[in-house]
Design a protein around this ligand. Structure first.
Ligand SMILES: NC(=O)c1ccc[n+]([C@@H]2O[C@H](COP(=O)([O-])OP(=O)(O)OC[C@H]3O[C@@H](n4cnc5c(N)ncnc54)[C@H](O)[C@@H]3O)[C@@H](O)[C@H]2O)c1
Length: 303
């Protein structure tokens, strides 16, 4: 997608940080903006500010983990802007830090519920509607650099972010035929309010195994204050959509660590000469299965 004029952009987490930057950048590029966020006063303020820039905007108070509310939000977008979103930004996210061995079920449930479950709900709600609308579209999910490597202090967050990278790779393969592009953003540090995330952890998740207080929150702010500006990140995302990139990782400082990490994975694979016959047999079996399945799927879908 190159032209954002009159596109309908649904942005989860749009009331703050990276999502708000997306609202500004894509709104200025001509898209109609839906800001969907769990914090009602923040939604109200963000929508007023975005409208103040002369951008068409609508706010929806939405907890991305609530599937029923998600379906209602999708209906609301169609009622307000006359169609399904053509741009979906799965940006809402929360994090919390502590030793993996202290992690409680509540920590896993909250962090995976929002960061992975919220993205799944966005996809299951909107993808069929986007396909049905028969319009070119693009879906962007905000993962994290943490999604590309494990982390002793952010294990559930990293696991959820890893899962969404993989999920976007799968959706991208499937949605290309509907002219819907899919990208995943893996930011390092962004200048946002994510340090405050533990303040909105619902009590229903019970005890956390991590320490979260004013001091730990202030220490996180001391990192994020040096992060990339959300508007700058959103501009990188815009270029990523225009070029239909799968991965958007505009952080040069990440390159060396990523290379080391993925080289270790690739280097753990033995060379072809170690078992050429076995490799050939296994590869052929997989290819035969895939092409026979493709014929069945295509027949089922009338293609
Ligand atoms: N800030 C960083 O350094 C950084 C780095 C890598 C990835 N990220 C990712 O960027 C995305 C945006 O975060 P941010 O840094 O802008 O933080 P932020 O806290 O400024 O914005 C996140 C927004 O998501 C909303 N949100 C949280 N839980 C929600 C829920 N259940 N339903 C709906 N909305 C919810 C919050 O209310 C908030 O407005 C997240 O997915 C985060 O994991 C951030």
């Amino acid at each position: 997608m190159k032209d954002f004029k009159n596109q309908i952009a649904f942005i989860t987490g749009g009331a703050s940080g990276a999502g708000y930057g997306q609202a500004e950048v894509f709104g200025r590029a001509g898209a109609k903006i839906v800001i969907a966020d769990v914090r009602a006063p923040a939604v109200q303020k963000a929508v007023a500010d975005i409208k103040g820039m002369g951008i068409a905007a609508h706010g929806i108070v939405l907890d991305v983990t609530d599937r029923e509310a998600y379906a209602k939000a999708a209906d609301e977008v169609e009622a307000v802007f006359g169609g399904a979103p053509t741009l979906l930004f799965n940006t809402a996210g929360v994090n919390s830090f502590g030793p993996v061995e202290n992690t409680t079920y509540g920590d896993f449930d909250w962090l995976i519920g929002v960061n992975l479950g919220g993205v799944i709900n966005g996809m299951v709600t909107f993808v069929p509607r986007m396909i049905k609308a028969k319009k070119a579209g693009h879906i962007v999910t905000v993962s994290s650099l943490g999604g590309l490597m494990g982390s002793a202090l952010a294990a559930p967050y990293s696991a959820a972010k890893a899962a969404v990278v993989n999920l976007m790779e799968s959706y991208r393969q499937s949605l290309a035929k509907f002219d819907i592009g899919v990208s995943v953003v893996c930011p390092a540090n962004i200048k946002t309010n994510i340090a405050e995330a533990t303040r909105i952890r619902p009590k229903s998740f019970g005890e956390s195994g991590y320490v979260a207080n004013d001091e730990t929150i202030a220490s996180l702010h001391s990192i994020h204050i040096h992060g990339m500006e959300p508007v700058e990140l959103a501009n990188h995302i815009k270029r990523g959509i225009e070029d239909n990139k799968l991965y958007i990782i505009p952080y040069p400082e990440a390159k060396e660590g990523l290379k080391k990490h993925f080289d270790e994975i690739v280097d753990s694979v033995p060379p072809m000469e170690s078992d050429p016959e076995g490799a050939k047999k296994r590869t052929e079996a997989l290819q035969n299965w895939a092409s026979s399945r493709a014929r069945v799927f295509n027949k089922e879908q009338g293609r």
